[in-house]
Ligand binder design. Structure first.
Ligand code: SF4
Length: 288
């Protein structure tokens, strides 16, 4: 999920797909079913960044995250070659997620926030999942490889990527005056409007890869009732969606780890990165 997404002032009908829009656009201006599409979008996705506490507990868990990432970087250097990540890498990744979980828990409690998210509420699991890191994808894939439905899951990821890329192309054509970053944000918003569920949701609406879910899924929370996380309500003034990111120093460490652990052409988009890793592994290191 992007921490900052933009939105059209006048939303397109639900379920519209970029190919429908193109088909309807016989003239020079973007249209859908004869209606002119809005040419501007004015507001940011309203997730607020919650300030983290600068206290002893926060610092302790930040240090643990940092140490886990140092261990992961070292383990990736010791990795004999590209293939399945070593147990040391996976262990460091788990330590990192565990330390972040404690950091999050402490900061939510210290800010006296009531979190309304719970098992089975999957409203936010309809975003195009972005900002994932290389080792997260490696460990995520290790879990998927054990599943009988691996090929179907990868195929679903591939379809999500095609869908998002179609929106991206649509936004490039439709909003040429906007910056690339703004168009990317708008493509994310259009994708969210489509309500495509994450392929990893289980039939009960819970995350089917809960222990391996990436940081971007972990840090996104709400204190408002679940309906305010729906695409059409998320800008309502009663919506309260927030993220609690780790410290900046952690982000720097993650960048180093991304370089150290990436051998398949990692992409920050979860679905794209999984598809690429799956193809890479099947082609170059089958059986690892
Ligand atoms: S990986 Fe899990 S938590 Fe993240 S979007 Fe998918 S189902 Fe939701």
């Amino acid at each position: 999920m992007s921490s900052k997404q933009t939105k059209t002032a006048d939303k397109k009908p639900k379920g519209a797909h970029p190919s429908d829009l193109r088909q309807a656009d016989a003239g020079t201006e973007p249209r859908w079913n004869g209606k002119r599409l809005p040419a501007t979008f004015e507001w940011d996705f309203p997730a607020r960044l919650l300030p983290t506490r600068r206290d002893e507990v926060s610092e302790r868990w930040s240090d643990r995250m940092d140490m886990a990432l140092v261990d992961a970087i070292r383990a990736s250097y010791a990795q004999p070659g590209p293939g399945a990540p070593s147990e040391a890498m996976l262990h460091a990744q788990r330590e990192y997620h565990e330390a972040y979980g404690q950091f999050l828990y402490h900061n939510v409690a210290a800010n006296s926030i009531h979190v309304s998210c719970g098992r089975g509420c999957s409203r936010c699991c309809h975003h195009f999942v972005t900002s994932v890191h290389a080792l997260e994808v490696l460990s995520f894939y290790e879990t998927l490889r054990e599943r009988d439905d691996l090929e179907e899951l990868v195929e679903s990821c591939r379809k999500r990527v095609e869908d998002y890329d179609a929106w991206k192309e649509f936004c490039e054509e439709t909003y040429p005056e906007r910056t690339a970053a703004e168009r990317d944000d708008l493509a994310l918003e259009h994708y969210y409007d489509e309500r495509l569920p994450c392929p990893f949701l289980d039939p009960e609406g819970a995350c089917g890869v809960y222990l391996d879910r990436p940081m971007t899924c972990r840090m996104y929370l709400a204190s408002s009732p679940p309906e305010f996380c729906e695409a059409e309500n998320v800008t309502d003034e009663r919506a309260d969606v927030f993220t609690i990111p780790a410290d900046e120093s952690i982000a720097v460490r993650l960048e180093r780890l991304d370089k150290a652990a990436d051998y398949w052409g990692h992409s920050p988009d979860l679905y794209r990165s999984l598809v690429k890793l799956h193809e890479w592994r099947r082609r170059w290191t089958p059986g690892t």
